[in-house]
Write a protein that binds this ligand. Sequence first.
Ligand SMILES: [Zn+2]
Ligand SMILES: [Zn+2]
Length: 87
Amino acid sequence: MTQQIEFPGVIVGVGVPSKETFSALDRATHDWEMRAARGECAWICADCCMGFPDGMPTECPHGHQSCTDIINRDKELAQEQGGSDGS
Ligand SMILES: [Zn+2]
Ligand SMILES: [Zn+2]
């Protein structure tokens, strides 16, 4: 099996998306992660594909160190940033 196109017509067909598209996507993802880290919205671990309706857990329920690392990093970031006001 040598399938090369994973997202037909999106990435391959359109060519390189603008930097603006990327940073907007990036920001949206980041915003969501920060809110989930503060327990303000649901979170889904990209690794385990497990949903957490109450936001990020304190550690991966499966005991994966890689997941826990991501959780800790995002929670720290979210704390540094506090709410989204200020700056
Ligand atoms: Zn995980
Ligand atoms: Zn995990």
